[in-house]
Design a protein around this ligand. Structure first.
Ligand code: UT7
Length: 323
């Protein structure tokens, strides 16, 4: 059986850091409120002219070096993003050109904060069916461009960045001992549109709009849906929650991470959290957290790693990887 093995990963964050105290100078908020209600201490924000593709490219280059391959060996590039450089073409094609890749295919996936899990699901399917051997998957966002910087309820939550992984076909025996993606599970419920959306878009207002969120409602659904996705993915592999070594969640709010862990009886020491340093970077948040834990050697070859996310749509999902 063909498995998609992760052969390298990388990350890129804008150099510009914005602290809670910096935000307290712009809107009526405080470092204390933001830390207590979200766990966020700072976020990286792209400066003027710094685009999603710049960060995607930075993460991609690091992932290719880590994988020990060059761009010519890639069959596909998938970029998960809600904040493309342009309405078209896909940001993935910009990355393709800047990497000097002249063959294969490149396209974007849009599932907001769940984008990386959706991208993983697509990449894994393409590899397992033999349509591609090597895929570069990137989650990259400049969420700062969608924020109303006068709305304290949302502007303190988000940040910019990118994370990437290279997946490659590899022979497995078809059970949980295989290295690579064991399964992915993706879900959506379009009836919940109004809880998290932008009040603009190409075909409606011809503007990008600003992010609108009913925070409390999103919070409740996040804990329920993420827990359900974790259970769906682990059950599909015939595993108990306790068998999983590391949980790499979407980084929206430390209280969501804690609430989900409590609900499922997950040991909090197994949950990777970077929300304090990055804030919510949407599709970039899962790979940024993953890369952090791989680089500091918490996640090691052979470990069972469960990635999970939830975002606008609503969309949500999980993916289980034997590292
Ligand atoms: O990535 C997609 C998924 N997104 C999420 O998962 C976000 C989910 N939601 C959340 O993380 C939380 O709901 C928030 C962090 C957005 C808000 O936390 P909360 O505990 O639900 O607070 P709240 O919205 O109920 O607001 C409590 C109070 C309100 O004041 P009153 O009405 O009690 O007087 C808000 O106006 O806190 C006020 N408030 C703030 N105060 C200081 C809201 N934002 C701020 C702020 N600074 N930045």
């Amino acid at each position: 059986m063909i498995r998609s093995r992760v052969i390298g990963c990388g990350a890129c964050l804008p150099a510009n850091i914005v602290t809670n105290d910096d935000l307290a100078k712009r809107v009526d908020t405080s470092d204390e409120w933001i830390r207590e209600r979200t766990g966020i201490r700072q976020r990286h924000i792209a400066v003027e002219g710094e685009k999603t593709s710049d960060m995607a490219l930075g993460a991609a280059r690091e992932a290719l070096i880590d994988a020990g391959i060059d761009a010519g060996e890639l069959d596909m590039i998938i970029v998960a993003t809600t904040t493309p450089d342009e309405s078209f073409p896909a940001t993935a094609t910009v990355v393709q050109s800047r990497l000097g890749m002249t063959r294969g295919a490149a396209f974007d996936v849009q599932a907001v904060c769940s984008g990386f899990i959706y991208g993983l699901s697509v990449a894994d399917s393409l590899i397992r069916t033999g349509a591609a051997r090597t895929i570069l998957l990137i989650g990259a966002e400049t969420m700062s461009r969608l924020l109303d910087w006068n709305d304290r309820a949302t502007c303190v939550l988000f940040g910019d960045g990118a994370g990437a992984m290279v997946l490659q076909a590899h022979d497995g025996v078809g059970d949980n001992s295989d290295q690579g993606v064991l399964n992915t599970r993706i879900f959506s419920d379009g009836r919940l549109h109004d809880m998290l959306y932008t009040d603009g878009g190409v075909s409606s207002t011809q503007t990008v709009g600003k992010l609108k969120m009913q925070g409390k409602e999103v919070f409740k659904h996040a804990v329920t849906n993420i827990a359900a996705a974790i259970v769906a993915s682990s059950q599909a592999a015939g595993l108990e929650i306790g068998d999983i070594d590391w949980f790499v969640p979407h980084q929206a709010n430390q209280r969501i991470l804690d609430g989900t862990a409590r609900k499922l009886g997950i040991d909090p020491a197994k949950v990777i959290s970077t929300v304090a340093l990055h804030g919510n970077t949407s599709a970039a948040s899962v790979p940024l957290a993953l890369v952090t834990a791989v680089r500091d050697r918490r996640i090691k070859r052979g470990d069972l790693v469960l990635l999970e996310a939830m975002g606008g749509g609503f969309t949500w999902g999980a993916g289980l990887i034997r590292w």
